[in-house]
Design a protein around this ligand. Structure first.
Ligand code: OFO
Length: 172
């Protein structure tokens, strides 16, 4: 059974993942309004992934024999200057999430909850990918600068992202 502390930390993380989903939906809507449909797609897929991350933790808490706690989901920002500002925020946000994930893994380690520690390792790896993909897109945007033609090429590239459920066995 999960300790009270870990239950709280994991429940807060469910909330944080759903906040991430909400944040990426807000960004996706903004990208759509900028006329960047491919970018809007990338951010929408990101939002879907975040919901899956949150739901997976929710299911894990129940699997460990306790009930998760619930709280209000914070309102995301609704105004974004441009696409560069969005991806700067994506990277900053993912770095914060990485710190949260590491803190939960550390807590699990301190409590010698090896199962929870093991569970968190998926999220530790995932955060490496999350930061890397945000950095890659941000680097490209910085190189593109004001060149609208190349920006549209990047937008077409981002249009190809599709949602692949990270935990298909749990969904079936
Ligand atoms: Fe759930 O990985 Fe991003 O926030």
């Amino acid at each position: 059974m999960l300790s009270e502390k870990l239950t709280k930390a994991l429940s807060d993380q469910v909330n944080a993942e759903y906040y991430s989903a909400y944040l990426y939906l807000a960004m996706s809507a903004a990208a759509d309004q900028f006329g960047l449909k491919g970018t809007a797609n990338w951010l929408f897929v990101q939002a879907q992934e975040e919901m899956a991350h949150g739901t997976h933790i929710y299911q894990y808490i129940l699997e460990r024999g306790v009930a998760p706690t619930f709280a209000a989901i914070e309102q995301p920002p609704t105004a974004f200057v441009d696409i560069n500002a969005i991806y700067e925020m994506v990277l900053e946000h993912e770095r914060k999430v990485t710190q949260r994930i590491n803190a939960i893994a550390t807590l699990a380690m301190q409590e010698s909850d090896h199962a929870c520690y093991q569970f968190m390792m998926w999220y530790v790896d995932e955060q490496v990918e999350e930061e890397a993909s945000a950095t890659e897109i941000l680097d490209k945007l910085r190189l593109i600068g004001d060149n609208k033609g190349i920006l549209l090429t990047l937008d077409n590239e981002l249009a190809t992202r599709t949602f692949v459920h990270p935990f298909p066995a749990k969904v079936a």
